[in-house]
Ligand binder design. Structure first.
Ligand SMILES: [Fe+2]
Length: 264
């Protein structure tokens, strides 16, 4: 039997161009380093998935910071997708073949759900066509599929986030569920753990490597829970028999000093 594949998902890094700058009081490069330090002390993955909001403002130098920090830990394959805070121009280096990972029993497909300057998400007909073709190709090779996107395909229970989920996902989920190749979909954007399923497809949302959002919040709310609010990441084990196991980890002792903007 083909051996299992281990993937590390990191998401919503929100890196800044200026090393001295902070986002809501958080040094997002430092929290990313804390995540990677803990994760790589646990295991060395076969690949890393970075599922969007790599940077907060989309500057080229912020992507260079991401490349440099990750290179301190990992030299293997990396799938990098844009989130709503990212910009297509400086992310071109991650496109093309780098949005697809091939393993003997698995294909990992990255879907670009972002539009420059828009918080919300819609897959174009070209995106959908390409995804379906990649799924058909995987099926022809008897491979299972893991799909990665920045935005959720389902509501996560926070109305202020749910208005920006992938709007035309229902039809896609139904199509994917009818093709037994897709085992799971993973995403970011929600800055919290989400674990649902759609028919036989597991749907996994992953905490950010910086701060988290409060579950079930009606409006933008930072999660200050001392465990749930900490930087996090997800391990995915893709087994040779086509099953997926996944766990979320937290950097529990990270000194996250959130500074919320004053409201008058
Ligand atoms: Fe984000």
């Amino acid at each position: 039997m083909t051996s299992s594949i281990t993937l590390l998902q990191i998401t919503d890094l929100h890196l800044l161009e200026n090393p001295d700058a902070r986002l809501l009081g958080v040094d997002t490069a430092d929290s990313l380093r804390a995540v990677l330090t803990q994760a790589f002390s646990q295991a060395t993955p076969d690949a890393v998935i970075a599922s969007g909001d790599i940077t907060h403002h989309g500057e080229a130098r912020a992507y260079a910071r991401f490349d440099a920090i990750l290179a301190e830990f990992f030299a293997g394959p990396v799938l990098v997708l844009p989130g709503n805070h990212d910009e297509s121009g400086p992310m071109a280096r991650y496109g093309g073949e780098r949005s697809l990972l091939q393993f003997p029993a698995w294909t990992v497909i990255g879907v670009d759900s972002h539009e420059n300057g828009q918080p919300g998400a819609r897959l174009t007909s070209a995106d959908l066509h390409s995804l379906r073709e990649q799924c058909r190709q995987a099926a022809a090779e008897s491979k299972r599929v893991l799909i990665v996107a920045h935005h959720p395909m389902l509501d996560v229970g926070c109305p202020w986030l749910d208005k920006d989920r992938i709007q035309n996902a229902d039809e896609l989920l139904e199509w994917l569920a009818g093709h037994s190749t897709t085992a799971a979909m993973v995403f970011g954007h929600a800055h919290q753990v989400v674990e649902h399923s759609y028919r036989d497809i597991a749907l996994f949302g992953t905490p950010a490597t910086c701060f988290q959002f409060q579950p079930d919040s009606a409006t933008f709310t930072i999660d200050v829970d001392e465990i749930r609010g900490q930087p996090g990441y997800r391990w995915l084990q893709l087994a040779g028999d086509g099953t997926v196991r996944s766990t979320v980890e937290r950097v529990v002792d990270y000194p996250l000093e959130i500074e919320l903007p004053h409201r008058s």
